[in-house]
Design a protein around this ligand. Structure first.
Ligand code: EPS
Length: 397
C-alpha cells in the first residue's frame, strides 16, 4: 500500500516527502515529477513568492536507472526564499530577542487555533507549516503515483469550473470530447489557460475578476473539477466504511488547504432532483459490456468505481490573507487591531486543481493495488489486463 508524509516549513530550507509503496519497475523521468511542480506554480492571481521559487525535486532514494525499485522514495524541494529567512527561521541559533514576533492572527487562517494549541508566543511557526506551500511536496509525491497509474491507462486531469462568480459555463461538450482522449487531454487544454478554464470568454472574465479583487485588496475562491479516466470497475468496497472509495477520495481532496467542500459528480444538484433523473440507466454495448449513457453518479456506485469517468468537484474558499484587513486583536496587548497582511496570492484556484489531481493519485493507486495485489509493474499489468478482459466479456453472451 502506498503511504506518504511531507515535512517542511514554507520559509524553511526545504520541503520534503517520503513516499512508500510505489511498486517496482515503474519508469520515471525527473520531468514526470518536475512537470507537475511547474504546473502547480502557474495560474493567474499568484503573489510575489512564485517569482522567487522554481520548484524542482531532488530524488534521494528509491529510483535506479529510471525505474522505481520498490523502496521508499525520498524527495526534497529546496525553498529559494530560505536565504531571505535564515534569521527568522533559524534552526539552532536563538534569534528570539531580535526576531519580530507575529501576534495578530489573521481571521480564517490557522493562526489563532494553532497558536493556542501549540502554546507559541509567536504565530510564525503556525503560518509556516499551515501554508499551502506544503502542497508542493504532496504534488511531488503524488506525481509518482500518477506516473504508475498512467502506465496502466489510468489518467487524472482537472479544470477550474468557476472563480468567484465567473463560471466556465458551456464547456460541457468540449470537456466530454477531451475526456474521450483521457483525462490528461483535458488537463493539457486547461493548462493553456492561465485560470485553467476551457472556455476563453470565461477565462477572460475570471482574470478580470481576479484583477478587481486584487485592486480591492481582496481574494477569490472557486470550484475545481477532477476527472479520472480508465479506472476499472470495482475499486473500493461497500463492505466497510474505511474501504469506501468515495470517502477516501473526498478525504484526500478535503485535506488540501482551503478546500471546504467536496462532492462526487453533481451531488448537490442531484439532491434537488427525483431519483428517476439522477440514477444512470444501464445499456449493454456489444463487445464492451455495460455502459451508462449518463454519468450523474460521478463514476462511483456503492462506493466502488463504476467503470465510468470518476468526477469530483471541490470548493476552495477565498484565501484568508487579505490586504484589506478584517477586525482582529493583538494576542499580547489584547487591544483590538486590524489584521496584519502577510504576502499572499489573490487567487490560487488554478493551482488547487493541480494539487487535487496529485492527492487523488495515491488513493486510486491504492484501491487498484488492493484489488490486484502485485509488487512489480509486469505482475500488476498482467493482472489488470486479465481483470479488464473478464469485465469486458462478463455480459457479452
Ligand atoms: C501562502 C502564502 C504565500 C504563497 C504560498 C502560500 O507564500 P509567502 O508567504 O511566502 O508569500 O505564495 O504559496 C507558496 C509559496 C506555494 O509554493 O504555493 C500561504 O500562507 O499559504
Amino acid at each position: 500500500m502506498i503511504r506518504y508524509f511531507t515535512a517542511g516549513e514554507s520559509h524553511g530550507p526545504a520541503l520534503s516527502a517520503i513516499i512508500e509503496g510505489i511498486p517496482a519497475g515503474v519508469a520515471v523521468t525527473k520531468d514526470d515529477i518536475d512537470r507537475e511542480l511547474r504546473r502547480r506554480q502557474q495560474g493567474y492571481g499568484r503573489g510575489g513568492r512564485m517569482k522567487i521559487e522554481q520548484d524542482s525535486a531532488e530524488v534521494l532514494s528509491g529510483i535506479r536507472f529510471g525505474k522505481t525499485i520498490g523502496s521508499p522514495i525520498a524527495l526534497v524541494i529546496r525553498n529559494r526564499d530560505w536565504e531571505n529567512w535564515t534569521d527568522r527561521m533559524a534552526q539552532f541559533t536563538s534569534n528570539e530577542e531580535t526576531t519580530e514576533k507575529i501576534t495578530i492572527p489573521r481571521p480564517g487562517h490557522a493562526d489563532l487555533a494553532g497558536r493556542l494549541k501549540y502554546g507559541f508566543n509567536d504565530i510564525r511557526p503556525v503560518i509556516d507549516r499551515s501554508s499551502a506551500r506544503e502542497t508542493a511536496a504532496r504534488v511531488a509525491a503524488g506525481s509518482l503515483a500518477r506516473t504508475f497509474l498512467r502506465q496502466l491507462g489510468i489518467e487524472i486531469g482537472s479544470r477550474v469550473a468557476s472563480i468567484g462568480s465567473a463560471e466556465d459555463a458551456g464547456s460541457e461538450e468540449p470537456l466530454r470530447s477531451l475526456l474521450e482522449h483521457g483525462a490528461e487531454a483535458l488537463s493539457e487544454a486547461a493548462d493553456r489557460s492561465e485560470v485553467r478554464m476551457i472556455g476563453e470568454a470565461a477565462g477572460i472574465e475570471a482574470m478580470a475578476s481576479i484583477d478587481r479583487a486584487k485592486e480591492q485588496g481582496d481574494t477569490l475562491g472557486g470550484v475545481i473539477e477532477i476527472f479520472i479516466t480508465g479506472v476499472p470497475v470495482g475499486l473500493g468496497s461497500y463492505v466497510q466504511h474505511d474501504r469506501r472509495l468515495d470517502s477516501q477520495l473526498a478525504a484526500a481532496v478535503m485535506a488540501v488547504q482551503a478546500i471546504k467542500g467536496v462532492e462526487i459528480g453533481p451531488a448537490f444538484d442531484n439532491a434537488r432532483k427525483p431519483g428517476s433523473e439522477v440514477h444512470d440507466a444501464f445499456t449493454l454495448m456489444k463487445g464492451e459490456g455495460v455502459r451508462r449513457p449518463t454519468n450523474r453518479s460521478g463514476g462511483l456506485e456503492g462506493s466502488m468505481s463504476s467503470g465510468e469517468v470518476i468526477h469530483i468537484r471541490a470548493a476552495m474558499k477565498p484565501i484568508s490573507s487579505l490586504q484589506s484587513p478584517l477586525q482582529s486583536f493583538d494576542l499580547e496587548t489584547l487591544e483590538p487591531v486590524l489584521s496584519r497582511f502577510e504576502r499572499s496570492d489573490t487567487c490560487a484556484v488554478p493551482a488547487a486543481g493541480v494539487v487535487a489531481e496529485a492527492v487523488v493519485a495515491p488513493v486510486i493507486a491504492n484501491a487498484l493495488l488492493e484489488k490486484l495485489g502485485g509488487d512489480n509493474m509486469d505482475e500488476i499489468r498482467e493482472r489488470l489486463e486479465r481483470y479488464r478482459e473478464a469485465v469486458r466479456s462478463a455480459f457479452t453472451g
